[in-house]
Design a protein around this ligand. Sequence first.
Ligand SMILES: Cc1cc2nc3c(=O)[nH]c(=O)nc-3n(C[C@H](O)[C@H](O)[C@H](O)COP(=O)(O)OP(=O)(O)OC[C@H]3O[C@@H](n4cnc5c(N)ncnc54)[C@H](O)[C@@H]3O)c2cc1C
Length: 215
Amino acid sequence: MTARRVLVATGLKDVLPDVPGLAEHWGHSVVHCPYCHGWEVRDQPIGVLATGPASIGHALLFRQLTEDLTFFPQGIHLREATRARFAARNIRVVDTPVQEVVDNEDGTLVGVRLTDGQVVARRVLAVATRMKARTEGLDGLQLPVEDLPDNMGRRFASGMAGTTKVPGVWVAGNATDLAAQVGASATAGAHVNSLLATADTDAALAAAQGETPAL
Ligand SMILES: Cc1cc2nc3c(=O)[nH]c(=O)nc-3n(C[C@H](O)[C@H](O)[C@H](O)COP(=O)(O)OP(=O)(O)OC[C@H]3O[C@@H](n4cnc5c(N)ncnc54)[C@H](O)[C@@H]3O)c2cc1C
């Protein structure tokens, strides 16, 4: 197939921590975004499964949604000042690592089992994922990629409105802006369309003047 312009919009893959049982509940009882899922999980017993320092701020956001929040550091260092801030907001900290997710007979998430065997009852787990742009099959374009700080993810590099260093190729949405939500994904499409409208007009004018139109 040939095209005058290419818009890469392959999205991203959320990489979850390697905790058995977690992936099965992704997007339902295991969530990442307080703005996307907050209403549905409000007032429930929520556990924040830390994946890095950014999980501390994540916990404060989910605390706005529930009085019953437990933070599982999963090995990340919590300074005393952070523990004091959590205590002031009634955020419980469980330092023993989580070993697996616990479901009841009908598959509902009901808690997490710690490495010492204790089960902490939870209905929802909040997890900040590592976000990786989907790049499979696109190697031939040789689009530059870049890593985000703190091992947060990898994206296609892009400039204004999704332009890239490769002429004629744009990239939009989560493939380049890992934190973008649905609305942002439309921006590059609008830019490509605007350029095509100009190109069509240039071509029409060239044809009217008896020149060979460029595409
Ligand atoms: C659980 C969850 C809840 C969310 N809730 C909200 C919300 O409430 N509000 C909001 O605004 N945003 C929400 N988001 C974010 C939103 O889903 C994304 O911002 C949005 O889908 C990004 O759109 P996109 O077009 O960039 O990528 P996607 O929607 O991921 O689409 C990419 C598409 O490309 C396809 N693809 C990938 N690779 C290839 C390839 N090589 N060839 C062909 N096709 C390919 C994929 O199969 C997919 O269909 C949520 C995300 C998640 C994970």
